[in-house]
Design a protein around this ligand. Structure first.
Ligand code: ZN
Length: 257
């Protein structure tokens, strides 16, 4: 027989410690995630305007800048798929892209955007609204919240039960981990909703900024680094001659080199 003197005494004492350890673990994990995000950002920090922005349409790798040509007189710079560069043609057969051609392509894209700035602003706004509407699902949020409350109660009960009658530790751990994992998954799902909403709000003000810059902007004759930074999220290489310029807020412009 198990001693039952714990019954009805202070079941909350252990649960508080347990909850704190769960909180700590969750915090640790989220910090790990933050760190790798930060790391990713610094890795692709913009040394050149195209750094970190050209993506392979074949394998999704980021492109890297490379010098071509034997002498200074004939040198030029190209951008190459990282997979192809590191693992060869068999891994990815996307060919290198000439930097000057990319710059010229952006000049054409930018001029199209400047010429029809109202149309582009409208499209950008439309994109944000679409994401915002898809994200707005109060019913789903309610389901998540009530399940979270249920889980919280289940964990408390489990801990309480364990403190009273010490369940087999394997069973306890398994059950405990299952509940905590589900809780963590739901929490990050919930966080994603809030994050999207915040991103949309940020995007609104971003589009307003873009609008200000585009209004009255003259057509450009040569590559404009600032305008590129303002307008372009990334360039997806579809083929040697076809590029997709993904503008901020997701509007896509196709361009032939
Ligand atoms: Zn590739």
């Amino acid at each position: 027989m198990k001693p039952n003197y714990v019954e009805n005494s202070h079941p909350a004492i252990i649960s508080k410690e347990m909850f704190e350890s769960v909180q700590k673990e969750m915090k640790r994990r989220s910090e790990l995630r933050d760190f790798s995000d930060k790391e990713r950002r610094t890795k692709y920090s913009s040394k050149y305007p195209f750094s970190g922005k050209i993506i392979c349409g074949n394998c999704s790798a980021v492109y890297r800048r490379k010098r071509w040509g034997p002498t200074n007189k004939y040198k030029k710079y190209v951008w190459n798929c990282r997979t192809r560069e590191e693992q060869g043609v068999d891994a990815c057969d996307m060919k290198a892209v000439d930097e000057e051609k990319l710059k010229a392509a952006f000049v054409r894209v930018a001029n199209r955007v400047i010429k029809d700035s109202d149309g582009f602003i409208k499209k950008m706004m439309g994109n944000i609204e679409k994401v915002l509407n898809e994200n707005k699902d109060e019913a789903k949020l309610k389901i998540i919240d009530s399940r979270l409350a249920e889980l919280r109660e289940q964990i408390t009960n489990l801990i309480r039960l364990n403190s009273r009658s010490s369940i087999d530790s394997d069973i306890y751990d398994e059950e405990y981990n299952r509940l905590v994992l589900e809780m963590e998954n739901l929490r990050s799902k919930r966080l994603a909703y809030t994050k999207t909403e915040m991103e949309c709000k940020n995007n609104y003000s971003r589009v307003r900024e873009i609008e200000k810059i585009l209004n009255g902007h003259e057509m450009i004759k040569r590559f404009d680094e600032e305008l590129f930074e303002v307008l372009v999220e990334k360039i997806r290489v579809i083929s040697l001659v076809e590029m997709e310029f993904v503008l901020k807020t997701g509007v896509v412009v196709r361009e032939i080199l």
